[in-house]
Design a binder for this molecule. Structure first.
Ligand code: NIG
Ligand code: FE
Length: 401
């Protein structure tokens, strides 16, 4: 995990060799030191990078929302869109009208697409069901993706994405449904690794977030939370108090929020093998798509925080899972250095889903999840040449896809 100034540290070996054995990185170094002969060696002229570790997505969804997108371009505001059945509840309706098999097929296509764009590990959330059946359908689809895909996948239960229509005036009723009906089945069927809540004005308050997370924690689900996207309403205090693995979005931060994220005393959580301080996961393509000011990445890095970058792939606010663009945008609009953005999208993303010891960097013994690029003059060329596809091949666990 790279914190603060460490984030800019990205060692590069020119004229290098790399050995993959049994799906794992077995050796690498400078060609000057290369002595052995391998039967099926191959000479490459591009660069090799670790695959992207996309630690925040909503990749399982039904259909798309480009009609809403066009309505917004024509001047409709959020309230009007929502009144027309738009927003998260639009995706909820679509998802509940779609069969599990069809949902799996649509999601599989997206997973294949992002893997070709270099993503080797990904977190996927529920949150477009908002009924027991709908949430279970989403989580079972994620489970099936885990079983059938060679990518490393983590599942997050986001039943608290918004209040469904019938619970708009009965928040406690919906929280009870999450706590008493959804969580026990999810835990029994081992359908989720994490719990998430959209802590935001008009969605879930900091107190509601705490109640839901504590119930999740009692079933072994650690929090990874949506906080401070539009307003600062106490989600960061709550997230830190609950030892969240990551706090995500962070477009709207007060000085006190940054102080909390950077200066909460560090404690090693012995039984979990990690630190208490959450990874700050920035989702710049969501802010870009919503035409909002992007996250204050420089302030967070300079304060010493651990930053990860993720795509937030979802039908409403970031209908793209292209991590290459996330990295470019982070450099262009948030003034992250190319090395910082690459580290944030790989090793720190891996730690934001607790796979940092096995993925996210070119390290002997880690899984061989690798991007092979076309010839490039330098690392900085990757974010600089935004929108171009520099990927030649992608390897997942030792096999080219
Ligand atoms: O991460 N902020 C909350 N949820 C999603 C968007 C959901 C949607 O509009 O479908 C996000 O941006
Ligand atoms: Fe999200």
């Amino acid at each position: 995990m790279l914190r603060g100034a460490e984030l800019a540290n990205l060692p590069v070996i020119e004229d290098a060799y790399l050995v993959v054995e049994d799906g794992v990185i077995a050796d690498f170094g400078s060609m000057k030191n290369f002595s052995k002969n391998y039967p099926d060696d191959e000479i490459l002229i591009g660069a090799i990078l670790p695959c992207w570790c996309d630690s925040h997505t909503h990749l399982v969804f039904a259909g798309s929302r480009e009609t809403e997108f066009v309505d917004k371009l024509k001047g409709m505001n959020y309230a009007e869109i929502a009144a027309n059945g738009g927003g998260i509840l639009n995706s909820v309706k679509k998802l509940n009208d779609t069969s599990e098999d069809e949902l799996f097929n649509q999601s599989w296509k997206r997973l294949e697409e992002v893997s070709k764009l270099g993503t080797g590990a990904i977190e996927i959330k529920s949150g477009y069901g908002l009924t027991l059946e709908g949430e279970l359908k989403m989580l079972r689809v994620i489970k099936k993706l885990k079983e059938r895909s060679s990518l490393s996948i983590k599942a997050t239960f986001l039943g608290a994405h918004t209040y469904p229509m019938q619970y708009k005036e009965d928040h406690q009723g919906y929280i009870d449904l999450i706590v008493n009906k959804m969580l026990p089945v999810i835990a029994k069927e081992k359908l989720a690794d994490y719990i998430d809540v959209f802590c935001e004005q008009g969605f879930f308050s900091a107190e509601e977030t705490e109640t839901i997370c504590k119930a999740g924690i009692s079933y072994g689900l650690k929090p990874k939370l949506h906080v401070n996207q539009l307003n600062s309403i106490g989600g960061i205090e709550t997230g830190i108090k609950l030892n969240s693995v990551s706090l995500d979005h962070l477009e709207t931060l007060t000085d006190k929020d940054i102080e909390l994220l950077s200066s909460t005393p560090l404690i090693q959580l012995q039984d979990e093998g990690r630190e208490n301080r959450p990874v700050c996961t920035l989702l710049p393509t969501a802010a870009f798509f919503l035409r909002m000011p992007l996250q204050p990445a420089r302030k967070l890095i300079d304060a010493g925080c651990t930053i990860a970058l993720a795509s937030d792939y979802n039908p409403g606010t970031s209908p793209s899972g292209n991590m290459n663009f996330v990295v470019s945008l982070s450099c262009i609009q948030m003034k992250m250095l190319p090395e910082e953005a690459l580290n944030a999208a790989t090793i720190n993303g891996a730690y934001a889903m607790e796979v940092g010891e096995e993925l996210g960097s070119i390290t002997i013994g880690k899984k061989a999840n690798l991007i092979f690029t076309k010839p490039i003059p330098s690392v900085a060329y990757l974010p600089y040449s935004f929108g171009s596809n520099f990927i030649d091949k992608v390897m997942i666990k030792g096999n080219f896809i």
